[in-house]
Design a protein around this ligand. Structure first.
Ligand SMILES: [Zn+2]
Ligand SMILES: [Zn+2]
Length: 273
């Protein structure tokens, strides 16, 4: 079984109510060897999209986050390797602010992600207004490319095709082939910079029938020599920790992957599938 979940949230994220310790205990109870907490931090998250009605949506309280993780690392050191990561929202014009964060704090793992494109979350229907779904998806992928071009201090890019969860027809008309230029450009630069992608099993939970990114995108990543791949449930509850990891294992094996990746102290380690 896959023994490392590298994308998990707790109530340090605005969109989760789950106590960190409950997440850790769930990981232990199902036999995980590694668990990397990756709570959200989205620099300049626009308050107009704040459906949670807090005055600092997706702004991580770094000091108390580190303190809590360090305490649990000690408490459960004999049971699980608990790692401290971050899901850091990247936008090209905020790259220097993102770098300040990754320089200041000693994360084990930096999971870059795009929840905002020019300040709008594809989760909101406003993102699709005035353009076709193809244009909206293509803009998202191009934005990731812009991000990976200007920002280097991350390890893996999260859920590459996140908007297909929320677009008007979701993933019905979506395929790698349709956005081949955008994906190939992203993969070329990730390879050049020694970065990876994640297999995010939340796609199954969200009813897409696939992980993020979709199988044909994963296949192309592998074809272009991509080897660094972490596996994450993107759980926002203890229940979802390591969700659909059996499916993920079979999928990766079928695609020809022999290893998956974990990170400790920002260094990749490869674990046999
Ligand atoms: Zn995310
Ligand atoms: Zn997440």
């Amino acid at each position: 079984m896959i023994k490392a979940d590298f994308h998990v949230h707790s109530n340090f994220s605005t969109d989760s109510k789950t106590l960190l310790e409950n997440v850790v205990q769930k990981g232990i109870s199902i036999g995980l060897k590694y668990l990397c907490i990756t709570d959200h931090h989205d620099i300049d998250f626009p308050q107009s999209f704040d459906i949670f009605h807090t005055d600092k949506a997706f702004q991580l309280d770094f000091d108390s986050y580190f303190k809590s993780i360090r305490e649990l690392q000690l408490k459960y050191s004999s049971k699980i390797d608990l790692l401290c990561g971050i899901e850091l929202g990247i936008q090209p014009h905020l790259a220097s602010k993102a770098l300040e964060i990754t320089n200041k704090y000693s994360f084990d793992f930096v999971l870059a992600s795009s929840h905002l494109v020019d300040g709008i979350d594809p989760y909101n229907k406003e993102y699709y207004l005035g353009r076709t779904e193809d244009e909206a998806y293509s803009s998202y992928f191009k934005y990731i490319y812009e991000n990976v071009k200007v920002f280097d201090d991350f390890d893996v890019y999260a859920h590459l095709d996140y908007p297909v969860r929320y677009g008007p027809s979701r993933n019905i008309h979506y395929s790698y082939r349709k956005y081949a230029d955008e994906f190939d450009a992203i993969f070329d630069i990730l390879k050049e910079k020694g970065k990876g992608i994640e297999l995010n099993t939340a796609g199954i939970r969200k009813g897409l029938g696939y992980c993020h990114p979709q199988n044909d995108v994963l296949m192309r990543y592998k074809e272009l020599g991509g080897e660094i791949i972490t596996i994450g449930s993107d759980a926002h509850t203890a229940f979802d920790v390591a969700g659909d990891f059996d499916f993920a294992k079979i999928l990766l094996e079928n695609l020809g992957f022999k290893y998956y990746t974990i990170f400790k102290n920002r260094k990749a380690e490869f674990i046999k599938l």
